[in-house]
Design a protein around this ligand. Structure first.
Ligand SMILES: NC(=O)c1ccc[n+]([C@@H]2O[C@H](COP(=O)([O-])OP(=O)(O)OC[C@H]3O[C@@H](n4cnc5c(N)ncnc54)[C@H](OP(=O)(O)O)[C@@H]3O)[C@@H](O)[C@H]2O)c1
Length: 355
């Protein structure tokens, strides 16, 4: 089958560069356009490369960045758009791409809470993809926008999904230790964060609850119905490059034992694994037995095969006392919580015949 022609928006940013790497040699999509702001127009990807953990392929590095213009993308017959635009810019640009008939897979917050826009996490809510049929009807040329969640929510929701389904947990408290790359480039000023912790990330705690409810909720009769799960978050920025670590606390009347919880998490498989999507990790949740794991520097890249590197969530230090459960959860914010999430969403849409 011919590959779908794709474009990356925000290709000079943290998410855009993950997209560039993950989509290189992708079996379903061929990137034809790398876009960013006018400031980057004409530069090569190699001139603005920021990911130190990835060796930039020579051919990819030579790709020339163009300004962001939905009408030009339509003329180039782009079918699929991967967006890593800042939220204050993304709204109208992504809308225009969708109006021009393109399928947009976005990391930005702009469209997340709209009534016909899914916040898709394919292991959790693949049925939410049906909402794009409503968008296709209202958009001029049948395009749509699919979003992924805030980077701190995706990993947590993935870890909660099998527990909520099996044990009916509803009350979740979480304290986050969020990496610097989550703030984009150049992000937090070095003098504010070196050797320091910042106990405030604007709007993050509210987003964790509202987006978590939508993701874990259902899509019935053309409407999103919130999950009863409540996420009370305390969010902090820490001096770590990649990987959001989260300390999770759950209270429940009938708390199962540690072994049963670990088995439920470790055995979780879902639609992406069934469909063998290229970026789906064989095991979406990996439980680590070592008492000092997960750690961002050791575990953020978890996930196999190679294309799914950084797509698995790691969980460790599972402890149950009376009716309280505690564990640590880690996920890669720019891969599972960012570009990788969108790539998996597009793979699901492709495999399910939505694009
Ligand atoms: N970082 C994460 O872990 C993470 C995770 C999930 C979601 N997100 C979301 O993903 C989006 C991108 O985040 P990021 O961390 O990649 O940000 P970033 O590093 O600041 O990159 C932003 C990108 O957008 C481009 N851009 C800025 N203004 C533009 C404009 N007016 N027109 C066209 N392009 C413009 C920038 O191009 P120039 O270089 O030319 O300025 C750059 O390529 C944000 O909405 C963020 O909230 C981020």
């Amino acid at each position: 089958m011919a590959k779908k022609k794709a474009a990356i928006l925000g290709s000079s940013g943290m998410i855009g560069q993950r997209f560039a790497h993950m989509l290189s040699g992708h079996p379903y999509f061929e990137v034809m356009a790398y876009c960013a702001s006018d400031r980057s127009e004409g530069k090569k990807l190699a001139d603005v490369w920021k990911l130190s953990d990835i060796e930039l392929e020579e051919a990819l590095g030579k790709s020339v960045i163009q300004a962001t213009n939905p009408a030009s993308l339509a003329k180039e017959r782009i079918e699929v758009v991967f967006s890593g635009l800042p939220s204050d810019v993304a709204g109208p640009v992504e809308d225009e791409c969708a109006e021009q008939g393109m399928a947009v897979f976005s990391n930005a917050a702009s469209h997340r809470m709209e009534p016909d826009t899914p916040i898709l996490v394919p292991e959790i809510n693949p049925d939410h993809l049906a909402a794009v049929e409503v968008q296709k009807k209202r958009r001029r040329k049948g395009g749509f926008v699919v979003t992924n969640a805030n980077c701190s929510v995706t990993g947590l929701a993935l870890g909660l999904k099998p527990l909520v389904d099996r044990f009916g947990f509803t009350d979740v408290n979480v304290a986050t230790y969020q990496a610097l790359s989550g703030a984009g480039y150049p992000g937090v000023a070095s003098l504010d964060i070196l050797g320091n912790v910042l106990p405030f990330i604007k709007s993050e705690e509210e987003k964790m609850n509202s987006e978590g409810k939508k993701i874990l909720g259902s899509y019935r009769n053309g409407k999103f119905v919130d999950s009863p799960v409540t996420i009370m978050a305390s969010c902090a920025r820490v001096d770590v490059r990649d990987g959001h670590l989260e300390a999770v606390f759950i209270t429940h009347d009938k708390m199962p034992g540690e072994k049963e919880i670990a088995k439920t998490l470790q055995g979780f498989r879902a639609r992406p694994q069934e469909l063998k999507l290229p970026s789906a990790p064989e095991a979406p949740i990996i439980v680590l037995a070592e008492p000092n794991r997960p750690q961002p520097s050791l575990d953020a890249d978890a996930g196999r095969p190679d294309r799914a590197r950084g797509m698995a969530v790691t969980i460790g230090r599972i402890r149950v006392e009376r009716n309280n459960l505690r564990f640590y959860l880690l996920s890669h914010n720019t891969i599972r919580g960012g570009a990788g999430g969108s790539v998996l969403n597009a793979e699901l849409a492709h495999k399910e015949g939505v694009i």
